[in-house]
Design a binder for this molecule. Structure first.
Ligand SMILES: [Fe+2]
Ligand SMILES: [Fe+2]
Length: 288
């Protein structure tokens, strides 16, 4: 029988410390103890994630085993991300799809009674419980690193609730996370590093744009919002949204700088709207 070593937990704590060091995220600093406890209580899970060794299918199987609903949500977000990228004339990108599938992987170590309190008991989450759920991007970032998943997946897991206008959480510092990924995954980055002649910290943002990390995370974040809003499993007490209400939310958020214009345009195209109509809709909402 395979014995569970303490190494994965020590490793995750080391990664967590690095994440906290390179990023200025006061809210996460406050939650550090909680995150550490969650990992400690799931030492076995963390050990199994360390065996994933870069294989996204293996990571998905584990997520499905631990958290079936989050895994199903991942499948929906993957499909929506694929639809959006088709309408953005983006080349087929397996990394984007894996990142969409696994974006909420950080929910795996969270206690189910908190994660599904609203869904299954109908009771509202307390402030403290909400704060706990909001740790999932950092959990996901840590798991992604220990599972040696591709940087696109790690970045999306960390940044899918961070918006272009600075709203959201946990306030990922793209330069910081890329710096860490470059150090941790020199083999994956090697080609780009050679091409860009990256020395020290220069051009890290160019590099992450090149690898479309930020672009992919923002597609996933729109797909996530769409799937969560029109989720057929919403409970009776949760507001049910019609398609036109969803358009309204998306367009208002676009105007407020949450999303990229081409991603929202892609969704409207996916819904069968012609470009001339989309231009008119953008004008009505004052979107430049
Ligand atoms: Fe999430
Ligand atoms: Fe999600």
């Amino acid at each position: 029988m395979k014995t569970i070593k303490s190494t994965p937990l020590q490793e995750i704590n080391r990664i967590l410390n690095e994440i906290l060091l390179i990023n200025v995220r006061p809210s996460i600093k406050k939650s550090k103890n909680y995150i550490e406890n969650c990992f400690e209580n799931n030492n076995y899970l963390i050990g199994r994630f360390s065996d994933v060794n870069g294989n996204p299918q293996k990571a998905f199987k584990l997520l499905e085993e631990y958290d079936y609903h989050t895994a199903q949500h991942g499948i929906e977000v993957r499909e929506m991300s694929m639809n959006l990228s088709k309408h953005m004339d983006k080349e087929f990108d397996e990394n984007l799809l894996d990142a969409a599938l696994l974006h909420d992987i950080g929910k795996a170590p969270l206690p189910k009674e908190v994660l599904y309190k609203e869904k299954f008991s109908g009771e509202r989450l307390t402030k403290e419980e909400k704060r706990k759920i909001r740790t999932h991007p950092i959990m996901g970032e840590s798991i992604g690193i220990i599972a040696k998943l591709h940087p696109s997946i790690v970045y999306a897991a960390a940044a899918h609730h961070d918006y272009k206008n600075g709203r959201g959480y946990p306030h990922i510092n793209p330069k910081g996370i890329i710096e860490m990924l470059v150090t941790l995954y020199p083999d994956i980055y090697k080609e780009s590093l050679d091409k860009q002649r990256i020395i020290g910290n220069t051009n890290l943002i160019t590099l992450c744009n090149d690898m479309s990390l930020i672009g992919d995370a923002s597609i996933i974040s729109v797909a996530d919002m769409i799937c969560a809003t029109i989720d057929p499993n919403r409970k009776e007490y949760q507001k049910k949204y019609t398609k036109s209400q969803l358009y309204n939310i998306l367009l208002k958020r676009l105007k407020d700088g949450f999303y990229e214009k081409n991603t929202v345009r892609a969704y409207l195209r996916h819904e069968g709207k012609k470009d001339t109509l989309i231009t008119k809709i953008f004008e009505i909402y004052g979107i430049k």
